[in-house]
Design a protein around this ligand. Structure first.
Ligand code: PLP
Length: 420
């Protein structure tokens, strides 16, 4: 018999789109039929130099006198103080943000942070207004689809599309449509973006932040791929901070996804509310990963490894895949690759695709290659838009050889589908 679930229980116990696809991929691969090229993972690779750095700090922590204090005692919900101090020092020294301890909160990964924020600032308010969580540019991170407790609170906006070069494009926020007023609880976007690799320009971010500031609306800038760590940025961008900005970071793409370390930097009034939400829901994040991070930030090693190892590794993969698509995709098909400005994915738009993205996924799968269909990356965008069914996400975590072979298969299937 099924458990009797509440309305929230029903929403939260559903697998969101991309998790359902991932389940299919794992089950198919486990069925053991032949060799697969998997261009689907969102999980970052374990890079040897990065792993070695975390191993070294683990050994130091275990040998050090604070080990017992770190694992043997509860701490404050705000986070492990040496990590908070390391972040305050780092951002004041490198970005002159003028922050203090009260501006920082550590969470068990940044997904938890978005969940807290969406439900602290969005949904039915004490004043009777039900406030929205606005994604100003769709597509964006599929995980945002799970952060609100009902389906109506999340609202996403269609972007404008800039054709930047032959077979290249870039999404931009559509300021003519984007509407932010006091009925908005918070604004949220990733920069660089998963799944597209898009980096909103500094001016675009300021446009959003200023529009939100007029109505005292906080803007969460999901910097899971941004500088300073892991610095998966291949274009020019400045991290933007301000009174209504909550700068959100994650150490997951800097080699610590298993340790669950997320960071929020923002005005104390926001940080305090989010901290209480965290106390109520999970007390605090594991202190072991926080203690490792504190050391690696203080020493400068995390900054160095991000810049010299993590960033060039994925930047090179982006180039290999772009070159492979140029070779393999037919010139007379209206395919467009999103400008590779950051993160660990490529995003392919096949304009006027004669079949859906899911059907295309199935056709590519028949050749033992997995990609991710694009539709689950439009959470909150309720209106129909053919574009939602014309895109694929390709992960840069595969080897260069796999990326090239995968691009050849995608090229072959695209040719068949368009009859070229
Ligand atoms: N934000 C973006 C854009 C992501 O891609 C991810 C994970 O892939 C997350 C947030 C969540 O990361 P974590 O909870 O590990 O910090």
């Amino acid at each position: 018999m099924q458990p009797r679930l509440s309305r929230i229980g029903q929403k939260m116990s559903r697998l969101t789109g991309v998790r359902a696809i991932m389940k299919d991929i794992i089950e198919t691969m486990q069925s053991g039929s032949g060799k697969w090229i998997n261009l689907s993972p969102g999980n970052p690779l374990i890079l040897p130099e990065v792993e070695a750095m975390w191993r070294e700090y683990t050994a130091k922590l275990m040998a050090g006198k604070e080990f017992g204090e770190v694992v043997g005692r509860y701490g404050t919900s705000q986070g492990y103080m040496p990590l908070i101090d390391a972040i305050v020092t780092f951002f004041n020294k490198n970005y002159a943000w003028g922050i203090a301890r009260e501006n920082v909160l550590i969470t068990p990964g940044s997904q938890a942070l978005y969940f807290y924020a969406a439900n602290c600032f969005g949904g039915p308010g004490a004043d009777g207004t039900s406030r929205k969580i606005v994604l100003p540019l769709s597509p964006d991170y599929t995980g945002y689809g799970g952060v609100t407790l009902d389906d109506d609170t999340l609202v996403a906006y269609k972007p404008t599309i800039d054709i930047t070069a032959p077979h290249r494009f870039k999404y931009r926020p559509d300021f003519d449509r984007l509407h932010i007023d006091s009925n908005v609880g918070a604004v949220l976007f990733s920069r660089p973006a998963n799944p597209t690799g898009n980096v909103l320009t500094d001016d675009e971010v300021r446009g959003i932040v200023n529009a939100a500031a007029k109505h005292d609306v906080p803007v969460l800038i999901d910097s899971a791929y941004a500088a300073p760590f892991p610095n998966l940025v291949f274009t020019k961008m400045t991290p933007i901070y301000g009174p209504n900005v909550i700068h959100c970071m994650s150490l997951s793409k800097a080699g610590l996804p298993g340790e669950r370390v997320g960071v929020a930097i923002g005005d104390a009034k926001y940080i305090e509310a989010l901290e209480c939400f965290q106390t109520n829901s999970g007390i605090h994040s594991s202190r072991f990963g926080q203690a490792l991070a504190a050391q690696a930030i203080d020493s400068g090693d995390l900054l160095r490894v991000s810049e010299s190892v993590i960033k060039p590794f994925y930047q090179r993969k982006a180039k290999v895949l772009t070159d492979a698509f140029e070779r393999e995709l037919p010139a007379d098909v209206p395919w467009h690759l999103h400008e590779a400005e950051g993160a660990i994915f490529a995003w392919l738009w096949l304009k006027d695709l004669p079949i859906t993205d899911k059907e295309l996924y199935q056709r590519i799968k028949k050749h033992h290659v997995f990609v991710v269909p694009g539709e689950p990356f439009f959470p909150g965008l309720k209106e129909e838009w053919p574009h939602k069914h014309e895109c694929l996400r390709i992960s840069l975590t595969a080897t260069e050889e796999e990326l090239e072979k995968g691009a050849a298969v995608i090229g072959q299937v695209v040719r068949e589908v368009y009859g070229k």
